[in-house]
Design a protein around this ligand. Structure first.
Ligand SMILES: NC(=O)c1ccc[n+]([C@@H]2O[C@H](COP(=O)([O-])OP(=O)(O)OC[C@H]3O[C@@H](n4cnc5c(N)ncnc54)[C@H](O)[C@@H]3O)[C@@H](O)[C@H]2O)c1
Length: 370
């Protein structure tokens, strides 16, 4: 199969979909990989590295799209790319079609076979292509929080590890899922005083087990949140109720009771945030202050570390990209139920119920189209 990797054109998107290692794996399996010139530069990957991996560096986006049978991208195609997509082509990317009706219509009209990273789902409900981004955001949350705690950044001037004879800084994490667990790991590594709250007992049990008592776990109630948040130097919002807006767990009145110069990193801001005073921010200006508390609300945190994120995403994509290229889309979707879950559009139909509902189109079953 001819696989194309166009350069991302969305503002501030520096990731590439495939690393040189992934390109080499596809080429070794007998496929041709066209990589648009400069596709990896934002992630610090030179064209030469793709060439050495067996990729064919191709100067123009139009040529990559025209020649490839499957386009592998990070973000959804933008308007400028609509015309470049070919009839019957396969597209493998983050698509978020529920929020991109015009793109959904283009995919249907052009009979593109579109597999969305965010809906690839395994039998146990895991989202393997979203997971690496949550891992990275969780780890980054503590790093960012620690940075803004420094005095020169407007923070309280607390070192998370404390010092001999001086108390440690306190990190409070709401939610013990993928983001929360990874945040706890880094906070423990920095020797902070770490508290994790969740409503799901088995998540707390898991955190209790893996950190061997080094992390305090609390059942998430209004009472326990109030007690923990008041003393937090860094508060990390990491809750998720699938498909719903993030629950508002920290009202403004509680933010007001936090110490001046403490930091809130609400990772759940992409679902509306779990802190009343949070709003989305960008990497170019990530923080603002409310009631003396620093708020960090970047909705695409992994974009801040595009090199790490490129390799993490590429690692997660590669097994699926290989199956799609080896078997062809139809056979791969039949063979792997998680790819069938990922299929959002094919043969001029929308094939994912939630997407169909969101864009107001009829939904076809995967077995009907393939
Ligand atoms: N800002 C970013 O760049 C970025 C990046 C990745 C993920 N996210 C977001 O981070 C959030 C968490 O993602 P995740 O992968 O960790 O999800 P997850 O499903 O793995 O974990 C969420 C956890 O929240 C818990 N929870 C639900 N309600 C709660 C409550 N009232 N109190 C305490 N805990 C509660 C759940 O039991 C679960 O353990 C999501 O909104 C996700 O979209 C943001």
């Amino acid at each position: 199969m001819i696989v194309g990797v166009p350069k991302e054109i969305k503002k501030d998107e520096h990731r590439a979909a495939l690393s040189p290692g992934a390109v080499e794996a596809l080429v070794s399996a007998g496929h041709t990989v066209l990589v648009e010139k400069g596709a990896g530069l934002g992630a610090g990957i030179a064209d030469r590295e793709y060439r050495e991996a067996g990729g064919r560096v191709t100067p123009a986006a139009a040529e990559v799209w025209r020649r490839s049978q499957m386009g592998v991208k990070v973000k959804e195609p933008l308007k400028a790319e609509y015309a470049l997509m070919r009839e019957g082509q396969t597209l493998f990317a983050f698509l978020h079609l529920a929020a991109a009706q015009p793109l959904a219509r283009v995919l249907v009209r052009k009979r593109v076979r579109a597999i969305a990273f965010e809906t690839v789902r395994t039998a146990n409900g895991a989202l393997p292509l979203l997971q690496p981004m949550s891992e990275i955001a969780g780890r980054m949350a503590v790093q960012e929080g620690a940075k803004y705690l420094e005095k020169s950044m407007g923070g309280r001037g607390v070192l998370l590890s404390g010092a001999p004879g001086v108390a440690r800084g306190s990190v409070v994490i709401l939610g013990a899922g993928m983001v929360g667990k990874n945040a706890a790991k880094i906070a423990v590594g920095l020797n902070a005083d770490v508290t994790v709250l969740d409503v799901n007992h088995s998540r707390l049990e898991y955190v209790d087990d893996i950190f061997g008592g080094r992390v305090k776990t609390l059942a998430s109630t209004r009472f326990s949140i109030r007690e923990a948040v008041r003393e937090a130097d860094i508060l990390i919002g990491a809750v998720l109720v699938p498909g719903a807006r993030a629950p508002r767990l920290v009202p403004r009145a509680l933010v007001r009771r936090m110490n001046p110069g403490s930091v809130i990193v609400d990772v759940a801001v992409d679902q509306g945030g779990c802190v009343e005073t949070i709003r989305p921010t960008y990497h170019s200006r990530p923080t603002y202050v409310v009631d003396g508390v620093i708020h960090y609300g970047v909705a695409n945190m992994p974009g801040g570390v595009p090199r790490t994120s490129t390799f993490a995403l590429s690692n997660a994509i590669l097994p699926y990209a290989l199956e799609l290229a080896n078997l062809g889309v139809v056979e791969a979707v039949r063979a792997f139920p998680e790819l069938a879950e990922g299929l959002n559009a094919a043969e001029g139909r929308i094939t994912h119920p939630a997407v169909a509902e969101a864009v107001g189109m009829k939904c076809a079953r995967v077995e009907e189209v393939f």
